[in-house]
Design a protein around this ligand. Structure first.
Ligand code: GDP
Length: 295
């Protein structure tokens, strides 16, 4: 995960990690390289620039050059800033309702259906949760089949209504079914298009208004780089979602989405997907990710 970025940052911080004299000149040079590494990882220009400016300010504020171990302090400042950029403290999902309704949103292919299954499985394993999956993609019968396959695989019931082409009605019927059958979590998988379009936005917005979920999650493919950030912005403008799910972090992603999304939409990344299997789900901990990236 993020091997390329890790390597580049490691190289950039090499001098500070105790090799050679630390001077104002090589601190400046280091920050330039840090910025370059972030840009190469597909982090937006302004975010990368603000990032290195903040690191510089903090370093000046802490008078790093006069401290006993300036290199280590600089590395710590970079790590803290990276953690902050990715979201600070980890945040859970709101499961306060009975049932708690979780609405999934995102483009087609982002990994919504897979993640809906992973989340249902994750919650089911918590023992106190009995999830229900609801299939609301009325355009692609294959999507409904896919959710049934996932549900069978993890032993979670799937609610669908193939004759019905109204996703609002299906989601409401799903919630009623959950209430009548003792499910305390409802995960609603919705249709996604290949690009943001008005019809899709209106549809998801109508579902959102009708069911008022406790939690609205936006699922995005981390491989899509800066596009991930633009899509997140478009969905957030309509849904004011609660959290982001970053999928396909197991792939050859450069990591820019993970680093940029929080500062663009100001919503936390809550989970990450790290593979196609139902177990490939992790809670996102910004500090751990920063540790991993900076080695
Ligand atoms: P949806 O259209 O948003 O419902 O997306 P799907 O759940 O159908 O996922 C699209 C493709 O991405 C499928 O082939 C999934 O197996 C794959 N996929 C989903 N999540 C992950 C992940 O975290 N890692 C990898 N490698 N593949 C994933």
């Amino acid at each position: 995960m993020f091997n390329n970025l890790s390597e580049k940052l490691d190289k950039a911080l090499h001098v500070l990690k105790g090799h050679g004299n630390i001077t104002e000149v090589n601190v400046a040079e280091t920050l330039k390289e840090v910025r370059r590494a972030l840009l190469d990882a597909d982090v937006n220009f302004k975010i990368a620039k603000d990032f290195t400016n903040r690191v510089k300010e903090k370093a000046l504020g802490a008078n790093v050059l006069t401290t006993l171990q300036p290199g280590q302090l600089m590395v710590k400042i970079v790590k803290d800033e990276l953690t902050e950029l990715m979201g600070g403290d980890a945040e859970g999902i709101n499961l306060s309702g009975n049932p708690s309704v979780i609405l999934m949103s995102g483009l087609q292919g982002s990994g919504k259906t897979t993640f809906s299954g992973k989340l249902a499985n994750y919650l089911k394993n918590k023992k106190t949760k009995k999830p229900l999956l609801v299939a609301c993609d009325v355009y692609r019968p294959a999507a409904i089949d896919q959710l049934h396959v996932v549900g069978d695989q993890i032993g979670v019931e799937v609610f669908s209504d193939r004759g019905n082409n109204d996703p609002v009605a299906i989601s409401q019927a799903g919630i009623a079914h959950a209430k009548a059958n003792g499910h305390n979590v409802v995960i609603i998988d919705t249709a996604g298009r290949l690009a943001v379009d008005e019809a899709m936005m209106t549809e998801i917005s109508n579902i959102h208004k009708a069911i008022q979920p406790q939690e609205t999650l936006f699922v995005v493919d981390s491989m899509t780089g800066q596009d991930a950030v633009n899509t997140a912005k478009a969905f957030n403008d309509i849904l004011n979602f609660d959290g982001v799910i970053l999928t396909k972090l197991d792939g050859d992603t450069r990591g820019g989405a993970a680093i940029s999304i929080k500062s663009v939409v100001d919503k936390p990344i809550k989970f990450i997907g790290t593979g196609e299997k139902m177990e490939a789900i992790d809670v996102f901990y910004p500090a751990r990710m920063a540790d991993r990236i900076l080695g």
